[in-house]
Design a protein around this ligand. Structure first.
Ligand code: GAL
Length: 958
């Protein structure tokens, strides 16, 4: 160990990983050695530069009485309401001049101070044997205990320990930690996220009794042929290993083979064991599994696996990357309940407790090192630290700190070197070291396109077509790469409304063995709770450089409310497929990799016009992984009324409570239509009556001059007309660097947000009112000849809209339908797709049924407001005293603001309800895609401008 006595700040810009820390080792909780959490309230002083203050604050007698207080773990910029500076968000640009390893003079520095006593009954300090552990500090810390400088470290999301026994005293220990926001380490931590300085993970004092456990490595493999596990625990300190349930009691270092149940993400069997050395007992949770690359595939326990994964950053809208245990558990439970089976810990090792949860609940983990140097791309990767030997010790330190800390987790099946760091010798050195240290797992790094150092070919955001080619082995590349399995470590950018195209990807993954799944980008929106804005994103703190709401691209909203994208993902990756088969049977396929279906119960329901009229249990054999069977459904109840739409819904539910879901939780479902509805139609018997100001037709009245609808029965209707605009989604707008066609940009250029409606004719016929218009943007020749034809049988009124594109339409439309305003509407009921929103390429989760909601309940509160809330396949809807039936089915949206207001809003707080509810009845919607960082919608989801006709039948219900 080295000690420093100077107060120089040279270490801040030193490329070395630090000085004074103990070698990395496994992270574990002792069963009997004491530990003292130093989390809680600490004194804080923030200075503008690294050297503004000397180190006298670390000394005895320093009076910090006038300092502020913060909570540790925490980020100081998220505490004190701005008094300690603000968060900064950039995607890949360094928020400081790139001149490695130099950092700016303006370097916010938080001096943290905490005084603590050893608890009563603790061993005497003269025994020595105490370790101080920091689980995460961003980005560089220097530590003093009782006035002695004990070292400094970088590597924000990695644990660092210091031996402190010789410095402790029974009471009045002064722990001083100086944290610099910027350091040489910042060059290695250019992940796309908020820059958030602070001591953001636990600080703990650990007693290390004489003869206690130091480091140990649990090797627990599974032989799928013999169904036996082999356990060997290598330990720095000799001891014994016991696993009572297996009758195991062996010395450390000795292998023992016994029959076991294997660990998989589907069946996460853990055996409780203990490592006992002379001075300590450590609880072990052992999962037996073997990970290997065989036949060009990632196999676990002899079988290839399919990742249905997400990229998880650690995030909480109030505490940033300081996560409490409940939040970590909530993430895992939400993932399990949405059929997710894998996590990439983008882009750094998570809090170790998260990995315990992955072991316990069952998630495959790609554990990623805290390394990204993405900003160097701006200078063609010149001076990239991963290709500069001076930085290699820091890289190896990071690799070792990850592997040593996390090596005993069965959930971790792949180590990842980091993210977006280009290529270089430093990465090769990391891979070599990891391969040498741990032969039981694979190595991943997406940036290694030739797979020189890695065991899996990995890409991000590859288009469907290319993924399919890779699946077929037609992608070329080096021989080594062609022999490797493929994963998408990132795909389906879940920014705002979307992603679209998940089901299309899944079909491709399932069709080709080489494709072993993918990880959605990303799990959670990193919105920061804000008193005025709702959730803040990049730029909201006055950052000089920022990337706006690109930080809000998750499957769950900042408060972890599942977004429609997560609901869609759950459906697309469901572990059991329930599909229509021949003659009253349903095909059940177990799509799991290991488990049979015995944990699931199945039910059927028979629906008439969306309402369940009969239901019961369905007997399904306990199919093994990969098996299918056709299961007979009961006879449909005979008494469905003529013209009704009928069909089956079959569900797979948890048969019993499990660790992550209750009995009855729906895991998978399918719908099998039986008979189609009779389409609505109106016999045109009513005659239009022309008055001075109004034309009346059955229950409807129209402006006599413009032909515009005024009312239907007692219900006033405003502004009914053709509508093609939607408040562009993040995926419509696309990312600025996307060279492909970006529809949101083209739409605005063409002026689809400012269409003009020219009135050509109001024609009163014997049984119809016909209004002819041309809808077109200023400046261009393109237009939509639009005819509204109204007819009535005296009670109901039917609108038929015919649209004929004119001119050279080279862009698809955002939407095509009518919109109108109602003065009073709140509750709504519909028969069609629900309960949540759906779009053409994100509609797998839309279930046909009878649904109820409110206008407010129809909105999806994306952090940056944008098109949302459409319900698919709506047969009829009722709201505000009107019933609307569609021929054909329509997309249904209702909101308290116009699309234009939605489009203009930057934050939720900009959306102020007006007195009108705006309703859109759409014949078509354009797909979503995920062009905010990936492909746009596939061509089959384009809403191309083409002749169209659609109609609605309106009835006043009041
Ligand atoms: C990837 C990157 C992620 C994130 C994503 C876009 O290139 O690895 O960290 O930036 O793009 O949201």
């Amino acid at each position: 160990m080295s000690f420093r006595t100077t107060t120089d700040i040279g270490y801040v810009e030193d490329v070395s990983p630090g000085a004074g820390a103990l070698p990395p080792r496994a992270w574990y909780a002792s069963s009997d050695a004491r530990s003292l959490s130093l989390n809680g309230r600490w004194r804080l002083r923030v200075s503008a530069t690294a050297d503004a203050e000397d180190d006298s604050f670390a000394e005895e007698g320093y009076d910090a009485g006038d300092w502020a207080e913060v909570t540790v773990p925490g980020h100081w910029v998220l505490q004190g309401e701005g008094a300690f500076g603000s968060p900064v968000y950039t995607n890949h640009l360094y928020p400081f001049p790139v001149d490695p390893p130099r950092v700016p003079t303006e370097n916010p520095t938080g001096d943290h101070l905490r005084v603590f006593d050893l608890p009563q009954g603790w061993p005497d300090v003269s025994e020595g044997g105490f370790v101080l552990r920091f689980d995460g500090v961003e980005s560089c810390a220097r530590v003093w205990l009782n006035g002695t400088d004990i070292g400094e470290f970088k590597g924000s999301r990695l644990a660092h320990e210091f031996a402190v026994g010789h410095l402790l005293r029974p009471s009045g220990n002064i722990l001083a930690v100086r944290v610099h926001q910027w350091s040489a380490g910042s060059y290695l931590e250019d992940q796309d996220q908020w820059w958030l300085p602070g001591i953001f993970r636990d600080v703990t004092l650990l007693h290390r009794p004489a003869g206690s456990v130091l480091d140990f490595f649990v090797h627990a493999s599974y032989d799928h042929v013999s169904a036996e596990g082999t356990l060997r625990v290598d330990s720095d300190v000799d001891g014994r290993v016991t696993v009572p349930a297996l009758g195991v009691d062996v010395p450390t270092g000795e292998a023992v083979t016994v029959p076991v149940q294997p660990w998989t993400a589907e069946t996460p069997t853990l055996y409780d064991g203990e490592l006992v050395t002379e001075g300590e007992r450590v609880a072990l949770r052992i999962g037996f599994r073997t990970v290997e690359l065989a036949d060009g595939l990632i196999k676990v326990n002899g079988r290839p696996i399919l990742f249905k994964g997400v990229n998880r950053h650690e995030w909480h809208p109030e505490t940033g990357r300081a996560l409490d245990p409940e939040t970590m558990r909530e993430d895992v439970l939400l993932m399990k309940r949405h059929n997710i089976n894998a996590v990439r810990t983008s882009h750094y090792p998570p809090h170790p407790a998260f990995l315990d949860l992955c072991d316990e609940y069952g998630l495959w983990v790609i554990d990623e090192c805290d390394l990204e140097t993405h900003g160097f791309v701006e200078q063609d990767w010149r001076d990239n630290p991963v290709d500069d030997d001076r930085w290699t010790p820091a890289l190896l330190d990071r690799a070792a700190r990850m592997v040593e800390r996390d090596k005993n987790h069965p959930s971790v099946v792949i180590w990842s070197l980091g993210n977006e760091a280009g290529t270089g010798r430093g990465l090769t050195a990391m891979a070599d070291w990891i391969h040498g240290r741990d032969t039981t797992r694979l190595v991943h790094y997406e940036g290694d396109l030739n797979c020189r150092d890695t065991d899996v070919y990995s890409r991000m955001y590859a288009f469907h077509e290319e993924v399919e080619r890779i699946g077929r082995g037609l992608d070329g590349g080096t021989l080594r790469r062609r022999q490797l399995p493929f994963i998408l470590c990132e795909y389906a950018h879940a920014m705002g409304n979307g992603p679209g195209g998940l089901a299309d990807y899944q079909r491709i993954f399932e069709a080709h063995d080489r494709l072993q799944g993918a990880f959605v980008w990303e799990w959670i929106d990193h919105g920061i709770k804000h008193p005025e804005l709702g959730y803040a994103y990049g730029g909201d703190f006055g950052e000089e450089l920022h990337d706006g709401n690109f930080v809000c691209d998750g499957l769950v909203l900042p408060d972890r409310t599942p977004s429609p994208g997560l609901v869609e993902f759950k459906k697309v990756i469901e572990p059991v497929a329930l599909t229509a088969s021949e003659d009253g049977t349903v095909r059940v396929t177990n799509k799991q990799d290991f488990a049979d279906l015995s944990a699931l119960a199945f039910t059927w329901a028979f629906q008439v016009d969306g309402e369940t009229v009969a239901s019961g249990d369905l007997t399904v054999p306990a199919l093994t992984a990969g098996e299918s069977a056709d299961v007979k459904l009961p006879q449909p109840p005979a008494d469905a009324p003529a013209g009704a739409e009928t069909g089956w819904t079959v569900r797979a539910l948890l048969a019993e409570d499990t660790a992550w879901g209750s009995e009855g939780h729906v895991v998978a479902w399918g719908q099998v239509p039986v008979s189609a509805r009779t389409l609505p139609s109106v016999t045109a018997t009513a005659v239009p009556v022309v008055g001075e100001r109004l034309i009346t037709l059955g229950p409807a009245s129209f402006d006599a001059r413009t032909g515009e609808l005024r009312s239907i029965g007692p219900v006033e209707v405003t502004g009914l007309r053709l509508d093609v605009w939607r408040a562009t989604t993040d995926n419509d707008d696309g990312a600025p660097w996307q060279s492909d066609v970006r529809h949101g940009v083209l739409w605005r250029k063409l002026g689809l947000h400012r269409m003009r409606h020219r009135l050509d004719a109001v024609e009163v016929g014997p049984d119809a009112l016909t209004v002819r218009t041309r809808v077109a943007p200023a400046a261009w020749e393109q237009g939509l000849a639009t005819v509204y034809r109204w007819s009535s049988d005296g009670d109901r009124v039917q609108l038929t809209v015919s649209v004929t594109p004119e001119g050279d339409w080279t862009v698809p439309l955002p939407r095509l339908g009518v919109r109108f305003g109602l003065s009073e509407a709140d509750r709504l009921t519909w028969f069609g797709g629900g309960p949540g929103e759906a779009y053409p390429d994100s509609r797998a989760a839309s279930t046909v049924g009878r649904w109820q909601s409110t206008v407010d309940g129809m909105q999806t509160p994306y952090v940056r407001p944008q098109e949302n809330g459409a319900r698919a396949d709506v047969r009829w809807a009722e709201l505000g005293g009107l019933r609307v039936e569609g021929d054909p089915e329509f997309w249904f949206t209702a909101r308290r603001w116009t699309s234009e207001q939605l489009d203009a809003a930057r934050h939720r707080s900009d959306l102020v309800p007006g007195g009108t509810v705006w309703v859109n009845l759409d014949h078509g919607q354009h797909g979503l895609g995920s062009q905010s960082c990936g492909p746009g919608p596939l061509p089959q989801y384009f809403l191309n401008a083409a002749p169209a006709e659609f109609s609605f039948v309106f009835t006043a219900t009041g």
